[in-house]
Design a protein around this ligand. Structure first.
Ligand code: THU
Length: 152
């Protein structure tokens, strides 16, 4: 896991991170008031954004990461996801200083994307103090469970 400043990222990476920051505006979070944005890049270079969507029946909501991943997969199942950036604003609407980190369920979903397309997904976790760059979700998910494990 590397810690980078924005100006150390490539222009494409900066664009991905900026889209995740902008996507926080699309969050529907009247319950937590925690606005999360995500942006995935597909292997053809195109990008899809997501934002957390909440519901009064709490479990019915979804994290920003999964809204972005599932939207991209629903439209382009033939294209691998190569990168994902995540950003969040706190209840005061201020971008987090410390990089936001995906929940366990989102990590598991990113893992399945890596298995499905047999390539790692680079992860950018945005914080105003710096950006964590992670080469594979496996670096965030020790002893992970994959579908092949069911074959014994
Ligand atoms: N949330 C995300 O969208 N992504 C994360 O990685 C952590 C949590 C959302 C879910 C819920 O809408 C709100 O943040 C508070 O948990």
């Amino acid at each position: 896991i590397k810690m980078c400043r924005m100006d150390e990222l490539t222009p494409d990476e900066q664009q991905l991170v900026n889209k995740a920051v902008d996507a926080t505006a699309n969050s529907y979070s009247p319950y937590s008031h925690f606005r999360v944005g995500a942006c995935v890049r597909l292997e053809d270079g195109s990008m899809t954004i997501g934002a957390n969507q909440e519901n009064s029946a709490f479990p019915a909501g979804l994290c920003a990461e999964r809204t972005a991943i599932f939207a991209a997969q629903a439209q382009h199942p033939e294209l691998a996801i190569t990168d994902i950036a995540i950003a969040a604003k706190n209840v005061d609407g201020v971008l987090l200083k410390k990089p936001v980190s995906p929940c366990g369920s989102c990590r598991q979903v990113i893992l399945e994307i890596e298995e499905r397309y047999r390539r790692p997904v680079r992860i950018f976790l945005y914080g105003t103090d710096g950006i964590y760059v992670i080469d594979s979700v496996k670096d965030m998910l020790p002893l992970c469970f994959v579908g092949d494990d069911m074959c014994g």
